[in-house]
Write a protein that binds this ligand. Structure first.
Ligand SMILES: C[S@@+](CC[C@H](N)C(=O)[O-])C[C@H]1O[C@@H](n2cnc3c(N)ncnc32)[C@H](O)[C@@H]1O
Length: 294
């Protein structure tokens, strides 16, 4: 059964997954939560405002809300960042469902673009990547293409890459290149990304319904793909999930959450990146959960 569209308390939309029996976002405010947890807490909003070039990895593409929010912040700040946005999705949504998210309320013209990306991802085969580059006004972006990433030797970016407008651009022109791998996280090859990830948006369903994405091997794989100064954000504050991060080599801190959520989590391979934040007691977490999680 197709996921049900709902309106959350800040007016932005979300979905209820019948497969996972859970909402895709916080019902107190999908957009508010995403901005807080994945953009502000991690420093991604500031990196965009400072025009830094960014590589980010997202776990769970879902509706594409974070591409929308990124483009919204880019427009608002006049960001000239060049962004490489890598994501993964095991159960792509139909474009018709994504279009009901009405993303134009957040960023004018983007609903059509993200809908086209969703159509291509839905039509792709497992192991394919769909790529799309947003370079100018989202409305000028042509249809995305998909390509088969046959095994680990053939990187995803062998797929067709489309540049909006089709005009040649100066080397420093801002862009967001989105590449979504259709398949299970476990099969996602992160060895070919253009640069170790500066930001990781860990946005799986909760550990009790989506346990495969909260394991030590999952966080080790993300650690391997991360820049030494990377920041990872998640809405989850579960002790066991934090322990899995610690056992995978992440330093972990607690941060105040958005409305409806007392506390959320940020993590980094570099302890200094968390200075000023309340770090969890990593030694005690590791000791408590080592046997259970190893
Ligand atoms: C909470 S939703 C993501 C929300 C998304 N970031 C958004 O803003 O719409 C979690 C997503 O992870 C996907 N997912 C769950 N397990 C997965 C796996 N093992 N590999 C890849 N994707 C997975 C689900 O299908 C779902 O779309």
């Amino acid at each position: 059964m197709a996921p049900k569209v709902i309106t959350t308390r800040d007016g932005s939309r979300s979905l209820f997954s019948t497969r996972y029996q859970q909402h895709y976002h916080n019902i107190s405010g999908a957009l508010t939560e995403s901005r807080n947890v994945f953009f502000d807490n991690t420093g991604l909003s500031r990196a965009l405002a400072e025009h830094r070039n960014i590589t980010l990895c997202e776990v769970g593409f879902g509706t594409g809300l974070h591409v929308v929010l990124l483009e919204c912040l880019r427009k608002r700040t006049g960001s000239r960042s060049q962004v490489h946005y890598y994501s993964v999705e095991k159960y792509p949504l139909e474009g018709s469902t994504v279009r009901q998210m009405d993303f134009d309320r957040i960023c004018q013209g983007i609903n059509k673009v993200v809908g086209q990306l969703a159509d291509a991802l839905y039509a792709a085969r497992d192991g394919d990547c769909v790529t799309m580059t947003l370079q100018n006004d989202p409305e000028t972006v042509p249809l995305p293409e998909s390509g088969h990433a046959s095994g680990r030797q053939q990187p995803c970016n062998a797929a067709g890459l489309l540049i909006s407008g089709g005009k040649s651009q100066p080397d420093d022109a801002p862009f967001t290149r989105v590449e979504v791998f259709r398949g299970d996280f476990i099969d996602w090859d992160l060895s070919h990304i253009n640069h170790p990830a500066h930001f990781i948006l860990h946005d799986a369903f909760s550990p009790d319904t989506n346990p495969d994405l909260w394991t030590v091997p999952t966080f080790k794989k993300l650690h391997l793909a991360a820049d030494p100064g990377a920041m990872m954000g998640t809405y989850c504050s579960a002790t066991k999930a934090r322990a899995a991060m610690v056992l995978a080599g992440w330093h972990v801190a607690r941060v105040q959450g958005p409305p409806g959520k007392r506390e959320v989590t940020v993590a980094s391979p570099d302890e200094m990146a968390l200075s000023g934040l309340k770090q969890v007691n990593e030694a005690s977490l590791a000791e408590r959960f080592r046997d259970e999680l190893s």
